[in-house]
Design a protein around this ligand. Sequence first.
Ligand code: CTP
Ligand code: MG
Length: 426
Amino acid sequence: MAAIYEPSAAAETSLDGPAVGVIVVAAGSGTRLGAGIPKAFVSLAGSTVLEHALAPVFRLREPVQLVLVVPADRVGEAETIGRRAAGRASDHLRVVVGGGTRQESVLNGLAALWPGVRTVLVHDAARALTPTAQFERVIEAAARTGWGVVPALPVTDTIKQVDASAVVERTIDRAELRAVQTPQAFPRDALVAAFRVAAERLAAATDDAALYADAGHPVVTVEGSEAAFKITTPWDAQRAERLLTAPAAADALADRADTGLPSSSPTPQPGRIRTGIGIDVHAFAEAGELHLAGLSWPGERALAGHSDGDAVAHAIVDALLSAAGLGDIGSMFGTDDPRFAGARGSVFLEAAVERLRAAGYEVVNVAVQLVGNRPRFAPRRLEAESVLGALVGGPVSIAATTTDSLGFTGRGEGVTAVATALIERR
Ligand code: CTP
Ligand code: MG
């Protein structure tokens, strides 16, 4: 047996980079999908097939090198998509040009692997909904056995062998059959050698494991997943889109429920992420101390109001409540409720955040624009952002501007604050 046994090869990262390389082939034209553009660049539930395909790779526990193989005229676009999917890990990404056949595309990908890669996974971008757990299973089995590894599903249809004129010759025992998917994993050197031999002999195969097995190496199967189906036809694309926009169905298919991992969809699930807006205006008062953006401003003119007049805090409260569909500051607290006479902005903020949490939401971020001549905000911006951030339990950013002497803010009669909030269901 030609197996190379390397017990922990798949888990190490050496000075030469990660020990695992993932080649994602995305250079096909997508003839059967018929979208008029290469399949990987077709839009699916608000992002591209390619972006969906890359998302699970960047959720792997251990770092990998990712080689993305794309059509020659799509390299720039692929770099952008790849970097977006990779985030801070974008130095793990390489984009190369594919060939006229899938096999040539894989060969180009193999040539771009870094020196440290010992185990290589080859994956079809067209299997865009493949769960991370499937990648992990394949990597684990490759490390354990040192063999070729393919994810596979039992065949559910009865299979007939037919002759040239479509006459049934026999029924094949389906218990022995498996439908194979990607990613498929192989020891790098042995796969490269198998591809070279195939290229010399002009041998073609429909998957990488066939070439690898033809070179005399053993291949084992691990459990595949219904979600890893290949998007080939418009029907498949429609099915994938439906699964992406109905997360519960996709989770069930992708066996994600027991992984504790977030959904593989980079598209926000409907109703999960919500945005809100709030505005508040207060006039300057004759006397008193200014409270604005959660801070006291000794020596500055106070703002008038039933409470402390903190327009920034009040605009944030409205933005938060609006995002969660919980009404507004007036309907929640009552604008002239005597209990809130002179109350600090923090009181309203804490109460609003509590209501949000009770409704199942967390704050993703809050952004505020303050409009007014006074106080000069910039020197205390960071202080205000950190006080308000602690109150809402998420990042708060505040910008301040004047209105070129125009309007009531320009005449110095008062201030306006506009806030937006992004919240997410837990
Ligand atoms: N592929 C590739 N280079 C090629 C052909 C295919 O990288 N010359 C990739 C595809 O982008 C796809 C995977 O191989 O991710 C599986 O191929 P397939 O589903 O057949 O995609 P296409 O070849 O693009 O589609 P079609 O056969 O309908 O044209
Ligand atoms: Mg094809």
